[in-house]
Structures are given as structure tokens and as C-alpha cells.
Design a protein around this ligand. Structure first.
Ligand SMILES: NC(=O)c1ccc[n+]([C@@H]2O[C@H](COP(=O)([O-])OP(=O)(O)OC[C@H]3O[C@@H](n4cnc5c(N)ncnc54)[C@H](OP(=O)(O)O)[C@@H]3O)[C@@H](O)[C@H]2O)c1
Length: 267
């Protein structure tokens, strides 16, 4: 177990040396916050719970989503009562997975950083300006928001019952964009580009398109054949993809549909 001894007593305990848990731990240390990082598997197997976990003002379960329900039930069964809060970092799950803690006197919430994390230990500015989607019971939401402020982040309330949609939005912005970058690279390689030259070619285009979308808004950033109403080029694209990778034609149709909807929405 790692503890930041610069301040005491420890008021935040992070259970799980996951990528998210380690990054949060490093960022809180750099923010000068009292925080402990507690191994999850060992703790769940052990007959006693470590003191920082029991006494934490804020306990953060930083575990992969599939372990949260089991870990919440197991720890809540053994932890003594306290007026404290328990949070998790999942984007897709809401606070209800932590409800076993409520009979212990703790309030529960989810607090998800909209950021991709790899266990950074040099996490000083990692959360600076990052939005955290928060939902759950009011006392735990307030504590989550205070934690986010300490990290230099921004709190946003996620409406009850919408976590899956919220997470889909983040996942489209991150994972789907990466998948489309991969597809564009593959298609360029079929036209004679090496992997390196394909990435070099796509990088300025992708960066500028993304910057334009984020600064001016997606509607104003949209260029290309859909924005121009160039049906002949759209047909050429569709025919080329039908020949190169026919399974992806429905994806292309959906992307064209999406661009048309964006144009119809107006500025
Ligand atoms: N990674 C990201 O980019 C990111 C971004 C935002 C939010 N999140 C959220 O953060 C949470 C953690 O995600 P992650 O990607 O950081 O996870 P991860 O790195 O895959 O987590 C690995 C850790 O899970 C624990 N673990 C493994 N097997 C276990 C078991 N059988 N029982 C209990 N714990 C076990 C271990 O902790 P110990 O070594 O301590 O035992 C292990 O180090 C998730 O809710 C995720 O949605 C992640």
C-alpha cells in the first residue's frame, strides 16, 4: 500500500492499482492531497481491511467495471459504519452498483474522468481541464466535485439513467475516432502508401479537422463531398469501398447519413 505522508490523516483511499487508480493517485499526490493507493486483489482476499480504506472520507473503487459489483458487496459487508462517501470511476455504470455501501452510512456516486488513462505516474496536469461526469447521491456528488476541483478538473452532472448514453458519447469521440483513423490508414495503404507515409499524410488533416470541429463546432467544420452535395463523388467512394471492403459499405452509408443530418441541423 502506498500512502502520501505529506498530509494526514488520509482522507482519500483509492482501491485498485488500475491505470485509472494509479493516475488518480499520482495526480492527488501532486495536488498535495492526502491519499492512499490500496491493492484490490490482496485486500479482497484478506480477512481484514486496511485502516486508510476504513477511515477514508472518500473511498474510490478504481476497478474494471466487471469487478465493481463484487468488490462493493464484499467490502460493504465488512466495513464499519461511517459518514463518508464511496465513488467509482466507470463511465458506463452508474452509482447503483455501490448501493451496498448505503446501509454503512456512506453515500455513493460515480465520478468518471472523460480522459484516456494509462497509469501515468507523472500525472500533474493530466486532469487539468478534464471534465468529470458525476451522478449519484447528493453528499457523494459534493465530495466528488471537491475532488475534481483539487485536480483542476471540471464537474458536470450526468442526468439519472443516462450513463450508458453518456459513455457512448465519450467512446465515439475517442475509440470510434481512433478506429476511423485505422480504416483511413488501411485504405491509403491499398493505394500504395507505406504505413509511415499514410500516418504522415493523415496527421495534419485529422488534427485540423478535429481542431475545427472542437473550435467552430461540427456543423461549420464539415467539408467534403457531403457538404458540397457532390453525389457523383459519393457514388465513386461507395463503389470503391464495395470493391475494397464490401462489409464496410453500411458503415459508409451511416457516416454519410450522419453528415447530412449535421448539415440539416443548421449552424
Ligand atoms: N483506463 C482508462 O482510460 C479509464 C478512463 C476513465 C475511467 N476509467 C475507469 O476506471 C476504472 C478502472 O479501469 P482501468 O482501465 O484503469 O482498469 P485496469 O487498469 O484494467 O485495472 C487493472 C486492475 O484491476 C484490479 N483487478 C484485476 N483483477 C481483479 C479481480 N479479480 N478482482 C478485483 N480487482 C481486480 C487490479 O488491481 P490490483 O493490482 O490493485 O489488485 C489490477 O491492477 C473502470 O471503472 C474504468 O471504467 C478508466
Amino acid at each position: 500500500m502506498l500512502t502520501n505522508h505529506r498530509c494526514e490523516p488520509s482522507s482519500v483511499a483509492i482501491l485498485g492499482r488500475s491505470r485509472a487508480g494509479r493516475a488518480l493517485f499520482a495526480a492527488l499526490i501532486q495536488a498535495g492531497s492526502p491519499v492512499s493507493l490500496i491493492p484490490a486483489r490482496r485486500t479482497l482476499r484478506s480477512s481484514s481491511l486496511p485502516r486508510p480504506l476504513v477511515s477514508a472520507e472518500v473511498l474510490v473503487l478504481a476497478l474494471p467495471d466487471r469487478f465493481l459489483s463484487m468488490a462493493a458487496a464484499e467490502i460493504a459487508r465488512r466495513i464499519p459504519g461511517a459518514r463518508a462517501s464511496v465513488l467509482h470511476l466507470s463511465g458506463a455504470l452508474d452509482h447503483t452498483v455501490l448501493l451496498p455501501f448505503v446501509p454503512t452510512g456512506r453515500s455513493v456516486a460515480s465520478c468518471h474522468p472523460i480522459q484516456t488513462l494509462r497509469g501515468e505516474t507523472d500525472a500533474g496536469s493530466l486532469f487539468s481541464g478534464v471534465t468529470f461526469g458525476i451522478e449519484g447521491q447528493p453528499p457523494a456528488r459534493r465530495r466528488a466535485a471537491a475532488l475534481v476541483r483539487r485536480l483542476g478538473g471540471v464537474s458536470a452532472t450526468v442526468a439519472p439513467g443516462t450513463k450508458a448514453l453518456y459513455h457512448l458519447a465519450a467512446s465515439l469521440a475517442s475509440n470510434a475516432t481512433v478506429a476511423l483513423a485505422g480504416l483511413a490508414e488501411d485504405l491509403l495503404r491499398q493505394t500504395g502508401f507505406s504505413q509511415g507515409s499514410a500516418r504522415r499524410a493523415l496527421a495534419p488533416l485529422m488534427r485540423r479537422s478535429l481542431e475545427n470541429a472542437l473550435e467552430a463546432g461540427p456543423r461549420r467544420a464539415l467539408t467534403g463531398p457531403v457538404a458540397r452535395g457532390d453525389l457523383a463523388t459519393l457514388k465513386r467512394h461507395r463503389d470503391a469501398l464495395s470493391a475494397a471492403d464490401p462489409a464496410l459499405v453500411p458503415l459508409l452509408d451511416a457516416l454519410v447519413h450522419l453528415q447530412r443530418r449535421l448539415l440539416e441541423k443548421g449552424p
